[in-house]
Design a protein around this ligand. Structure first.
Ligand code: IMP
Length: 425
């Protein structure tokens, strides 16, 4: 029995879906603990491709329990359509949803758009799914929780209080739309009926299952964390390792292993600083070869070199004791490969990620250069048997450099989307 946590160390899209799925094989319970349907992961099992935004990855594996923890924000409409989609493929999910998880309501989605319009040139580039406004309401104690959604009396009571307030905000934003309590109640009480049997006290359930294999599945990445990321260009939840505890009710000292997922280069969707961005041929190579298009919004991702200042920041804060390198195959075919190991700001060497946007804007990455490499046919298969010593020299140097700089052991290297394209170390 053990509790394992997997989180992203960059700006999301590190390839966590595959890593979570890999570890999920041994897990009895897979828990999502933050974010909502702003996330997107694609899982390939045999020839079948599954795309989820809200459901924990483990849900497609037989005999596993999938948990949506209290830290997640749930759009019930999206959740029901994902449940229906997997049912239509003959899989009956065993899903449990926290009664404390907050519900994304129609006004959250409307306000996500309005706030972005209000920010104008300074927009965050959100996914438009109502994530920020839902978390804002949670913190402002104006939220509706899953436990309220499935209780008609409480739902109506909350709506009667909240909807007039939201209509007032629409007016202040100069929006024409208004919501009616009856219409929202009509629609959302139906969702409540559908989900009622799945909504439970997941804290009690998880505490009663601490002797099982539990996998905590992070969404987004540490640089999108609302405190430790590139604020205000972040998401609204805690994407660092610590978010797992607050978002599931599993105490920090019960977590046995913390694994940070590191993509071999960096990508970012939406606006905000990105010190190692390559808005050039190299970025194009990474985007094309790495299929860097958002699963959720279809937007093309900005691409750049691996930034170890970012990764070290994420690993330090999250307390990771292992890393998984993903998409290493994408770097093949480049003449030179660079990695940022530190920054220069105002002529001074800095190896911590700064908080201030002004300092971040002045960052000049200090790179270490590597000769490019090509992995010949069969070399990955050999590496699976003999270890990474079977790989090309410069690739080994690249991996060794990451390990040395971060001080965290590489547990696994992924070189393609399929489950088999993985070398355990
Ligand atoms: P929000 O989470 O929709 O509020 O968006 C805030 C920022 O986080 C935007 O820059 C999004 O592009 C980014 N973001 C949110 N979810 C993901 C994700 O799963 N992967 C990558 N970026 C994300």
């Amino acid at each position: 029995m053990s509790i394992k946590l997997v989180f992203g160390t960059q700006w999301g899209d590190e390839g966590k879906g595959k890593v979570v799925d890999y570890y999920a094989e041994k897990a009895d319970i897979v828990v999502r603990y933050q974010g909502g349907n702003n996330a997107g992961h694609t899982i390939k099992i045999g020839d079948e491709v599954f795309k989820f935004h809200l459901l924990p990855s483990g849900v497609v594996r037989k005999g596993k329990t999938a948990v949506i923890g209290n830290g997640v924000v749930v759009d019930p409409k999206v959740l029901i359509s994902e449940i229906e989609a997997i049912r239509s493929r003959g899989i009956e999910p065993h899903l449990v949803i926290s009664d404390r998880a907050h519900v994304i309501m129609p006004y959250h989605k409307m306000l996500d758009g309005a706030e972005e319009r209000f920010r104008g040139k300074k927009k965050v580039g959100t996914t438009g799914r109502g994530i920020g406004p839902c978390y804002s309401d949670k913190i402002a104690r104006l939220g509706i929780r899953m436990g309220d959604l499935v209780d008609e009396e409480t739902l109506r009571e909350r709506l009667e209080f909240i909807i007039p307030l939201k209509n007032g905000i629409f007016e202040a934003y100069g929006m024409e739309e208004r919501l009616s309590v009856d219409e929202v109640f009509e629609e959302y009480s139906q969702y409540g009926k559908y989900l009622k049997d799945m909504v439970r006290d997941t804290v009690a359930m998880l505490h009663g299952s601490m002797d099982r294999e539990i996998l905590l599945e992070g969404a987004q990445g540490a640089m999108l964390d609302v405190d430790f990321g590139t604020y205000p260009y972040t998401t609204s939840s805690h994407t660092i390792g610590g978010g797992a505890s607050a978002g599931s009710g599993i105490p920090p000292n019960a977590i046995d292993e913390i694994i940070g997922v590191v993509k071999a280069y960096t990508t970012r969707v939406g606006m905000g600083p990105f010190p190692t961005e390559q808005d050039n041929k190299i970025g194009e190579h990474l985007g094309r070869k790495g299929h860097e298009f958002g699963t959720t919004t279809g937007r093309s991702r900005r691409c750049g070199w691996l930034d170890l200042v970012v990764v070290k920041h994420a690993l330090r804060i999250s307390g990771a004791n292992g890393i998984v390198i993903t998409k290493i195959d994408v770097l093949e075919g480049l003449e030179k490969v660079k990695v940022a190991r530190a920054y220069e700001i105002d002529g001074k060497r800095v190896d911590r990620f700064p908080a201030s946007m002004k300092d971040i804007a002045k960052i000049k990455p200090i790179y270490r250069d590597f000769e490019g490499w090509t992995v010949e046919n069969g070399e990955w298969e050999r590496a699976k048997k003999e270890g990474i010593s079977a790989l090309p020299k410069t690739l080994k140097e690249y991996l060794a450099f990451i390990e040395k700089e971060t001080g965290v052991k590489i547990r696994m290297v992924s070189y393609g989307p399929a489950r088999e394209e993985t070398v355990e170390i």
